[in-house]
Design a binder for this molecule. Sequence first.
Ligand code: ADP
Ligand code: MG
Length: 247
Amino acid sequence: DTPEVPKASKQRVTAKGKDVPAAVETFHELRDRYECPQLLLANLEKNGWKTPTGIQAYGVPILMEKRDVAAISPTGTGKTLAYLIPMISLLGTPISQSSSEDKGKGVRGLVLAPTRELAGQIYNECLKLCQGRKWRIVLYSKATAATLSNKEVRDKTDIIISTPMRLVASLKESKIELANVRHLILDEADRMLDAEFFPQIEEVVESCTHPSLQKAIFSATLPAGAEQVAMKMLKNPIRVVVGLKDT
Ligand code: ADP
Ligand code: MG
């Protein structure tokens, strides 16, 4: 574990876009403002995630308000939780425990990362955050993809964390559907939007056809080319940039 995660007060944050929501100073404000589930807050506490970092202080409210975001924040500043907290909060109830049909069938949360190793790290963070509720979270691999080719299993899955390559392979074989995805996150977006990955990302985005799809991209850096592509992909986005103070 890295103890030296910078607090928001030690960071310089700029957020640009229409109607930027106010940042939070504590995770508890998320409950008053957005009815963020108590269990999530308890899990944050339990894992030693006590004070929001800059990207969390700004990024979580933006995503909770269902806005698209392009978030740029250095490595080690807590980008993963910045998108997982709102995703889990907005999903509300695990599909297996949901009585209503209005959530539709199939995966509602999708996180893409450029490598299997990174996807695994995100998966572990997600499990910690979700402890105590029956969320079905799948780290997509050859093996789990095979399991999910069964529609019944797929329909009970809440969140998939995958590399683009693995997911596109399943899309091509019609072994996965993304029409019910409400939250699409591209992590390490500088790599995801480069020439190698972008065609795959486009395929995934085209398959996420739900009308209220929220898209977010997170990265430590975003070169001009990738930024242009990102802004074209996002709807009325807010752009958040985090830097350390006195750098
Ligand atoms: P990034 O994606 O920006 O490189 P990570 O999401 O991987 O950063 O987080 C880096 C480390 O900081 C992880 O060990 C994570 O658990 C920890 N962390 C995240 N948010 C907080 C927080 N608010 N307080 C303390 N530690 C945190
Ligand atoms: Mg990261």
